[in-house]
Design a protein around this ligand. Sequence first.
Ligand code: ADP
Length: 333
Amino acid sequence: MPILEVAELAKSFPGARGRHAALQSISFSVSPRRTLAVVGPSGAGKSTLLRIIAGLEAADSGTVRLGGRALDRLTPQARRIAMVFQDDALIAHATLRANLRFALRARNNAPQRVADAAQALHLSELLDRRADRLSGGERQRAAIARALLSDPDALLLDEPLAHLDPPLRVHVRSELLRVRGGFAGPVIYVTHDHVEAMAIADDLGVLIDGRLEALGNPQTLYDAPSSVRIARFLGSPAMNLLDRMPQGYGFGDVIIGIRPEYVRVVKTGGLPGRVTARQSAGADAFVHIETPAGTLLARVTSGEAIALRGSVGVEFAPERIVRYDRITGGLLA
Ligand code: ADP
């Protein structure tokens, strides 16, 4: 299976105040059997990126290559790239079986291939049902099956779980992870949900305002975001960023980053603080603490007795602290 390469891709659209850059100088590659998850807020350019790769939109400049071959002049059909959208785009009045058969490029062995794809996505019982009588989760699974049946060389997924309720999202996501294991080509998955991105990614890209701000190992990027901008975006709640750390704690003149799960609330010692709010999140609770370094969030177990408006001490797990340059916002070693 071929490698997918994107080089110096740029795209702008006419906007209210001149042209608006939707993508700026985007370059990356995705090897066969790898999944690049691209996470970014709404309007970051995620759909535009996938639409250009699929050939549904033309780039202003830059190239897309699959297996070393430039795709720019090829029609979407000739590119052999399948795309799954937020909305499944099934033919409403046709059965699931007909929808799946329709996707097949080669007609040989069609019934068996449709049956296998349906089984892989746990849809076998539903093959004779009309598409418009399927539930949201079933329809999205059908859209994934259909994409795989078209024998693509690469697979693009544009927030395929966005319209599903949370429990169903997790369910369809695990099915997707399972069938993805059987797909030999490169996969790009875009989403605004960093949890989903982390769950699916071999490599994680962060797209903000049309720029690929970071690209790397998902856990590394989560643990030590490469800039303050990424730290603000990746994680919910986001990383605490403290830019007023008092002298005497040995941190120097930098911005300190620490995730809420690595902040400990202690009775004595530590950075002095006052609890200003407490939010339960089931098994955990988030405690807002005002300190001389700034307001921060600590994740504690919900059983921990931490009084509202009480005085507390705050400690950071030292190995979990990251430091950022105050001027450039870049990660410091
Ligand atoms: P995302 O998928 O990350 O939400 P999009 O790729 O849909 O972002 O959009 C990126 C930017 O490009 C947005 O500012 C959007 O308004 C703009 N845009 C996308 N498609 C068009 C279009 N066809 N015409 C004008 N502007 C567009």
